[in-house]
Write a protein that binds this ligand. Structure first.
Ligand SMILES: Nc1nc2c(c(=O)[nH]1)N[C@H]1C(S)=C(S)[C@@H](COP(=O)(O)O)O[C@H]1N2
Ligand SMILES: [Mo]
Length: 433
């Protein structure tokens, strides 16, 4: 699949990395040296810091009054244990919660990745605030071009399915299957979801705000609390996009699966960047910088880079989200003996649609799974296969997919220090009884 370079995640990231390492770039508030030093320390401490970091140390989100002495829960929606596994301020979807579901993940079970806490924002007073040297008249952060939620709702709406996946999804298997620990949230395979997002194109709003030909980068910023890790305040969660992508298929979404955006998924408005890693899809968007010079943030310099043996010293760029496959089954699921069962699962890839999926149940060779026709070319691909377990006992199920670019899933994923982009074949244990 060829995309114009300015929209290609990997190409853009590689280009900005070269600029960053050449030292000319600015990264609002945090110097390059500070970030480089932080990066060295981070590889070692991120996990520990994230685990230890109490939510209470973060500043209260704007417009939030958690009440006298109360510490707001990091996630607003209920997290019933049959739908979620909690991981600090995050919640991973349990794959058995998708058994028999349609193409999208219902909002009640969509995974949540919060650097800090879900802010409770007021849609009446919320404003999108655009500023920067890439807009006519160079509006400043203090005197930005503003749009209210009703302004956005009056603009032409678009709706489409898109997959959001955390770059660390599957990280747990680096240690469990390969013995290599990596810091960060210990996601199984449930840090991913597909939803129908409705909103206005970011491009429409950028043009209304006075986008000029000089603009190169756009950086949406979240209204959740500033992120403090390893003792360093990295500021508000933000990550730049090239103008080419911003003008293409990026949405400012105010609905998810036909409902107003839920609090945990960015109410009242979030960015949705189809095909790019989850961190690009900034939730609770407030300010948006539009710049005539390249923009950088810790989320595209220190975090979300490939570090470790085989990667450049300053960190290599992330490739597109890797190919993954999951069974819609509990870990250690019980499967009845002596009867045929329909095994169901889903596969997805950041490179584009899935071309084929194979399943191994341990008792015979890899065999092709049936692809659900309605999902062909979609954000992810449901599949099924029939299995008659030959005998009671412990069995290991495996699924592996190949996408339209020919990328597949190796038995062992390539290591990187932060445990991003796991693409190995996951060994899923079940008990036949
Ligand atoms: N403002 C803000 N946006 C954010 C985040 C965050 O913590 N704050 N997390 C990012 C990450 S790392 C991911 S993977 C996705 C997760 O989206 P979800 O919580 O709606 O599933 O949101 C992204 N957008
Ligand atoms: Mo993420």
């Amino acid at each position: 699949m060829s995309r114009p370079l300015s929209q290609d995640e990997v190409e853009h990231d590689a280009h900005r990395t070269r600029q960053w390492l050449a030292g000319g770039a600015r990264c609002d508030g945090v110097s390059r040296q500070e970030l480089l030093e932080l990066g060295v320390a981070m590889a070692a401490v991120t996990a520990a810091a994230e685990e230890r970091e109490p939510v209470a140390v973060t500043r209260a989100p704007v417009g939030v009054d958690p009440g006298a002495g109360a510490v707001a829960a990091p996630i607003a929606k209920p997290l019933p244990p049959q739908l979620f596994r909690r991981l600090e301020s995050n919640a991973e979807m349990r794959w058995e919660a998708m058994a028999g579901q349609g193409h999208v993940v219902p909002n009640d079970r969509f995974f949540v990745r919060n650097h800090t806490v879900t802010p409770r924002l007021d849609a009446e007073t919320w404003q999108l605030r655009l500023f920067g040297t890439g807009l006519r008249g160079t509006p400043t952060r203090r005197d930005p071009v503003e749009f209210s939620l009703s302004d956005l709702r009056r603009l032409p709406a678009e709706e489409g399915s898109a997959l959001v996946e955390c770059a660390g999804n599957g990280r747990r298997f680096f240690i469990e299957q390969q013995g290599a620990a990596s810091p960060g949230v210990a996601w199984g395979l449930g840090g991913v979801g597909v939803a129908r997002w409705r909103g206005v194109r970011l491009g429409t709003v950028l043009r209304l705000a006075g986008l000029t030909d000089a603009a190169v980068d756009v950086m949406p910023e979240g209204l959740d609390p500033e992120y403090v890790t390893g003792g360093v305040n990295l500021g508000r969660v933000r990550r730049p996009l090239p103008v080419g992508k911003a003008l293409d298929d990026v949405l400012l979404a105010y609905e998810m699966n036909g409902e107003p955006l839920p609090a945990d998924h960015g109410f009242p408005v979030r960015v949705v960047v189809p095909g790019w890693i989850g961190i690009s899809s900034i939730k609770w968007v407030g300010a948006v910088e539009v710049s005539a010079t390249p923009l950088f943030s810790p989320w595209n310099t220190q975090l979300y880079r490939m570090f470790g043996p085989g990667h450049p010293g300053g960190g290599g760029e992330l490739a597109a989200q890797s190919v993954k496959s999951a069974f819609e089954l509990a870990w250690d699921a019980r499967i009845p003996a002596g009867t045929e069962v329909l095994l169901r699962g889903r596969s997805w890839s950041g490179n584009g649609p899935i071309a084929r999926v194979e399943v191994s149940t341990g008792d015979e060779d890899w065999r092709p799974a049936e692809l659900v026709a309605a999902d062909r070319g979609g954000a992810w691909q449901r599949w099924t296969t029939v299995w008659r377990p030959p005998a009671p006992g412990r069995w290991t199920l495996r699924a592996r997919a190949t996408d339209v670019t020919g990328a597949g899933q190796p038995d062992t994923a390539a290591h990187n220090d932060f445990g991003y982009l796991f693409d190995g074949v996951v060994r899923h244990p079940v008990t036949v009884a």
